[in-house]
Design a protein around this ligand. Structure first.
Ligand code: UDP
Length: 456
């Protein structure tokens, strides 16, 4: 009944244009949002860069438009400030021309543009064309709140001394100086990075923000962030569970054969190891991780993304014969169907870099974690997972003996079992938020009404 009403409201099939930031952890939630909006009666157009273009065949319900990003031939394995600014500059004309064509030539009714906060150039275009826009935040409110707090008074936090690393960050409990949510060089954050983060955290003329998070998880910080932006906010996460489509959003080919391997493992016995789509480690850490996992004597499924070990193509740095030594007890793949892996009954723990998508996916499948944060929002998420939610153990060092001990603690000890109980409770809260009277469900209804009633 409710959905019927909504569909009538948007029966003209107003279009929503989505502008994702072309990295896996950002592209995925934007496509999931697209799937949600499409199911609510909107036409969904995805205006994407040529770099890391999504696979159209997985999303027949969307219209795709490719923008010339001018980044051909660049090393994009890690987003640099230069590349991110160039992306923002180069996509201006292609997006503007496309929107004008949609409105003038095709006569489309554009309800609004939803853009990833890293693609902040969109604000210029929508201001020129007088179109309403909404920002999608693909990370936690906690992270954004910590970022905004420091950006407002950087001199209060930066630079800091080595001796302060474990001291609390003022007003940002439970974060410490070592968790500062920016790239730190020589105990400070260079001004160009602060400048970029200011641009990224600014919502310009946007009329609302959408969040891949849940009120039940982050309500107080969401309210603090809203005080800052003063526009309606819609936490409608977890997007991967709210989205009706389960089509793959992967930029890399998923190795499904690991599911058959998981089928052969005992319930709750396997540690899944993945550091996401971007971070790199050195060969020393790869080797220590390998022996730490082997010595823990727990079965493990380990994603080693090609190019993720500095200076190597894939796993060449592993000791010769390592895979033979571990035999059937361990499996190494280039890229896994992560959500399916986490949902598998054999998986009992997740060794993660604590990216926000991985964090939500793990909680939703009731899997406690070992935190190995490296950059961006990961230290903040790790701190919350270990100190506030208490469903994660922080890896205190990357030596093999520490890895072995931490894996055993999570997978075999009482402490790990307590974490499992807590993550089961957290999952229940999330499920409640997705029910008909739950917060994410209600916020989604409000969002659909909000977009349908924007002046066109
Ligand atoms: N992922 C995947 N297969 C893998 C590793 C990761 O599908 O082998 C997906 C994972 O499910 C998540 C995304 O890649 O949705 C990673 O996003 P996250 O925010 O966790 O980290 P990022 O890659 O942005 O650092």
């Amino acid at each position: 009944m409710e959905i019927q009403e909504r569909k009538m409201k948007v029966e003209k099939r107003q279009s929503v244009v989505l502008v994702p930031y072309p990295f896996q952890g950002h592209l995925t939630p934007m496509l999931q949002l697209g799937s949600i909006l499409h199911s609510q009666g909107f036409s969904v157009v995805v205006a994407h860069t040529e770099f890391n273009a999504p696979d159209y065949s997985n999303h027949p319900e969307f219209v795709f438009h490719s923008m010339n990003d001018g980044l051909q031939g660049r090393d994009m394995s890690m987003p640099s400030l230069e590349n991110m600014y160039d992306l923002n500059e180069n996509c201006k004309a292609p997006l503007k021309n496309y929107l004008v064509r949609m409105m003038v030539e095709d006569g489309d009714e554009l309800a609004c543009i939803v853009y990833d906060n890293v693609m902040f150039f969109v604000d210029d275009i929508v201001t020129q064309l007088r179109l309403p826009s909404i920002v999608l935040r693909t990370f936690s409110a906690t992270y954004l709140h910590s970022m905004l707090t420091i950006l407002q008074q950087p001199e209060k936090y930066l630079p800091f001394e080595d001796s302060q690393l474990l001291d609390p960050l003022p007003e940002l409990h439970p974060l410490r100086f070592k968790d500062v949510p920016f790239p730190v060089i020589d105990n400070t954050v260079p001004e160009p990075i602060l400048e970029f983060c200011r641009a990224m955290s600014d919502i310009g003329s946007s009329v609302a923000t959408i969040w891949n998070t849940m009120e039940d998880l982050e309500n107080s910080l969401l309210l603090r962030v809203q005080e800052h932006y003063k526009v309606p906010f819609f936490p409608i996460g977890p997007l991967h569970k709210m989205a009706p489509s389960t089509s793959s959003t992967s930029l890399l080919e998923e190795d499904d054969s690991c599911i058959e391997w998981l089928d052969r493992q005992a319930p709750n016995s396997v540690l899944y190891v993945s550091l996401g789509s971007l971070v790199k480690i050195d060969d020393k850490e790869l080797i220590e991780t390998a022996w730490g996992l082997a010595n823990s004597e727990q079965p493990f499924l380990w994603v080693v993304r090609p190019g993720s070990v500095s200076g190597f193509q894939w796993t060449e740095a592993l000791p010769e014969g390592f895979e033979k030594t571990i035999g059937e007890r361990g499996r190494i793949v280039k890229w896994a169907p992560q959500k399916q892996v986490l949902a598998h009954p054999a998986v009992g723990g997740f060794f993660t870099h604590c990216g926000w998508n991985s964090t939500l996916e793990s909680i939703c499948e009731e899997v406690p974690v070992i935190c190995r944060p490296i950059l961006a929002d990961q230290p903040v998420n790790a701190r919350y997972l270990s100190q506030i939610y208490k469903i994660g153990l922080v890896l205190e060092a990357t030596e093999r003996s520490v890895i072995e001990k931490t894996v055993r603690k999570l997978m075999l000890n009482e402490e790990g079992k307590e974490m499992k109980k807590r993550v089961v409770d957290m999952k229940q809260q999330i499920v409640a938020g997705m029910q008909i009277d739950g917060s994410s469900h209600k916020n989604l209804n409000d969002l659909v009404h909000f977009i349908s009633s924007l002046p066109s």
